[in-house]
Design a protein around this ligand. Structure first.
Ligand code: S3P
Length: 433
């Protein structure tokens, strides 16, 4: 393997060792936003090292929030809370590649007494924003966007009206956006989700002192609550761990231990799927930190069968499906995915990107409108892979390459910077050839 935008991955014998990963991306975004709105100084250890979470921090600085990185090695961020009222930015806010930044920050900007603009890179500029524009509009914010309700967004905020909103798509970003907006109302905002999505918004709001209630698929928040600063260590990102867990599952000799890992049940479905596939997965030293489950995961590989994903499971695994698809050819019975239409509007069209790159490596794949079928018992061969500037595609195919015949070149490998800049270096440290 070598650094740079193109990385060559050679086949290996097994993937073993111990790991501790940078902080979870979903939690880091939310802590940065809520720490900005809180009263007092928050301190976060193991903040995500990805460019996406840096985009959130940069936006918060433009909104008058003072923060500093006080320890580069431990990734410590200290934020001086600004309270619920932020300062008007003098320039448009750059969200980079980060849909989470744009969608969740919209909920906060909708409650501010000023007009602000947000823009993103080419990929983010193609992503749908109607999902937040509609409910925030009902709450009273004025939001305009480019054609097709795509970024850039211009938001004129103010005091908001509480709403009861039934989300048409299962999206944790939208749920968090609306719960954050709910803080700027005089009543109770209720968000109803069609399927259970990750609950870090609710858990983080509680950690910062807000009261939230849940009744089955409905989450409610009362407006006007003040947030209190938090000191926390952010658990390791399980969506980043997914690449190592899937890689280790491919080789019978592998033995992997990941500690301080996020094990929130809305995020840890991958562990159930790997177990169902045939890996031996153990969780030890599980504890709760600020409402989030954290623990150590040990994985030993075993012969891999097959699995079908649909409904709530597909929604819960939305970020892990690319890497599951990338290891599927090496299983006995393959992978079938349905109800994952959302993958088409991620950083790339991930269904198309996975199918195209698997075919380039010699696999048979059937693409569905809402997923894909990857038969098992297929040997992949090394080739040239296009990441499509999508971090999860770059890393998923580095994993597929570990068991391929011959070398694989991943073009656009630097996309990994978005969520996991250390990925290729850490992977190199775990490989046995
Ligand atoms: C995220 C939710 C998911 C996920 C994204 C992060 C979050 O997106 O794909 O990587 O932190 O809430 P959707 O809310 O669009 O499903």
């Amino acid at each position: 393997m070598k650094a740079g935008s193109s990385v060559t991955v050679r086949p290996v014998q097994h993937v073993s060792g111990g790991l501790r990963l940078p902080g979870d991306k979903s939690i880091s975004h939310r802590y940065a936003m809520l720490g900005s709105l809180a009263e007092g100084k928050s301190r976060f250890e193991n903040y995500s090292t990805g460019a996406d979470c840096a985009s959130t921090l940069a936006c918060m600085r433009q909104l008058g929030v003072k923060w500093e990185r006080t320890d580069e090695r431990a990734n410590v961020i200290e934020i001086e809370g600004h309270g619920l009222s932020l300062s008007a930015p003098t320039n448009p806010l750059d969200c980079g590649n980060s849909g989470s930044t744009m969608r969740m920050l919209s909920g906060i900007l909708a409650g501010q007494d000023f007009t602000s603009e947000m823009f993103g890179d080419e990929s983010l500029s193609r992503r749908p924003m109607a999902r937040i524009m509609k409910p925030l509009g009902e709450m009273g914010a004025k939001i305009t966007a480019a054609e097709g309700e795509r970024p850039p967004l211009r938001i004129t905020g103010g005091h908001l009206k509480p709403i009861h909103y039934k989300m048409p798509v299962a999206s944790a970003q939208v749920k968090s956006c609306l719960l954050f907006a709910g803080l700027f109302t005089d009543g109770e905002t209720c968000v109803e989700e069609p399927l259970r999505t990750r609950d870090h918004g609710e858990v983080a709001l509680r950690a910062f002192g807000a009261q939230i209630s849940r009744d089955r698929n409905r989450v409610s928040i009362k407006g006007g609550q003040r947030l209190k600063a938090v000191e926390a260590s952010i658990p390791g990102d399980i969506s980043s761990a997914a690449f190592f867990l899937c890689a280790a599952s491919l080789f019978p000799e592998s033995n992997l231990v990941v500690d301080s890992l996020l094990l929130n049940p809305t995020r840890a479905v991958l562990l159930d799927v790997l177990t169902a596939l045939g890996a031996r997965v153990r969780m030890v030293q599980v504890e709760e930190q600020h409402g989030e489950l954290v623990g150590t995961v040990a994985l030993e590989a075993g012969p891999l069968g097959g699995v079908s994903l649909a409904g709530a499971q597909s929604a819960a695994l939305i970020d892990e499906i690319p890497v599951l698809a990338a290891i599927a050819p090496y299983t006995r019975d393959g992978l079938v995915v349905h109800d994952a239409r959302e993958l088409r509007v991620k950083e790339s069209d991930r269904i198309a990107a996975v199918a195209k790159n698997l075919r380039a490596m010699g696999a048979k794949v059937t693409e569905h409108e809402d997923g894909l079928t990857v038969p098992g018992r297929q040997q992949l061969h090394g080739t040239e892979i296009d990441s499509e500037h999508d971090h999860r595609i770059a890393m998923a195919f580095a994993v597929a390459a570990l068991k391929a015949e011959g070398d694989t070149v991943i073009h656009g490998a630097d996309a990994a910077q978005i969520s996991f800049p250390e990925f290729f270096q850490m992977l190199e440290g775990m490989l046995e050839r």
